[in-house]
Design a protein around this ligand. Structure first.
Ligand SMILES: [Zn+2]
Length: 137
C-alpha cells in the first residue's frame, strides 16, 4: 500500500473507501516505477511483455485459478504481449473471464504455453500470463 494513507486528512474529512483517484494514482506510481521493465519467457529469454502493460480487470491484476484438470495457475493480466501469440480456436468453455473467450498464448520464440489470450465480442482483448513463467532478470 502507498504511504498516502498516512498523510493527515483535511479537517472535517471523512475517511472514505479508496476513491477512483487514489486507485489511478496508485497504478500510475506502479507503472512509473516499473517502466521499461521487460518480462521474459523463463524458457528462452524472449521478451514477452513489459510491466507497464499490466492492467487490472475488475480492480485486480493477479488471479489464482484452478483449471478443470485440477492444475493451479497464478496469472497476471496484461493489455499487450507482443512476444507471444494466440493459438487454437477461441472458446468460452470454462472461461475465467466471461464473457471473454480464450485461446492458448504461446511464446513466439519457443512455443512455451505461457498463458491465455482473452477476447470479447466487442474486440476488447487482453492476455493472462502465468506469473511463474515470466522473469524480469
Ligand atoms: Zn520462450
Amino acid at each position: 500500500m502507498a504511504n498516502r494513507a498516512a498523510l493527515p486528512a483535511p479537517a472535517g474529512a471523512i475517511k472514505n473507501t479508496e476513491s477512483p483517484l487514489d486507485k489511478l494514482l496508485e497504478s500510475l506510481d506502479e507503472s512509473l516505477q516499473n517502466s521499461c521493465s521487460p518480462l521474459r519467457c523463463i524458457s528462452c529469454g524472449n521478451p514477452v511483455t513489459t510491466r507497464e502493460e499490466c492492467f487490472s480487470v475488475d480492480g485486480q491484476t493477479d488471479f489464482h485459478f484452478v483449471n478443470p484438470g485440477g492444475y493451479k495457475f497464478d496469472i497476471r493480466v496484461y493489455r499487450n504481449a507482443l512476444g507471444c501469440y494466440p493459438r487454437g480456436d477461441a472458446t468460452d468453455e470454462q472461461s475465467w473471464f466471461p464473457p471473454y473467450r480464450w485461446q492458448y498464448a504461446l511464446c513466439d520464440q519457443c512455443d512455451l504455453h505461457i498463458g491465455w489470450f482473452y477476447k470479447d465480442d466487442n474486440g476488447d482483448s487482453f492476455w493472462g500470463l502465468i506469473t511463474a513463467l515470466l522473469t524480469n532478470s
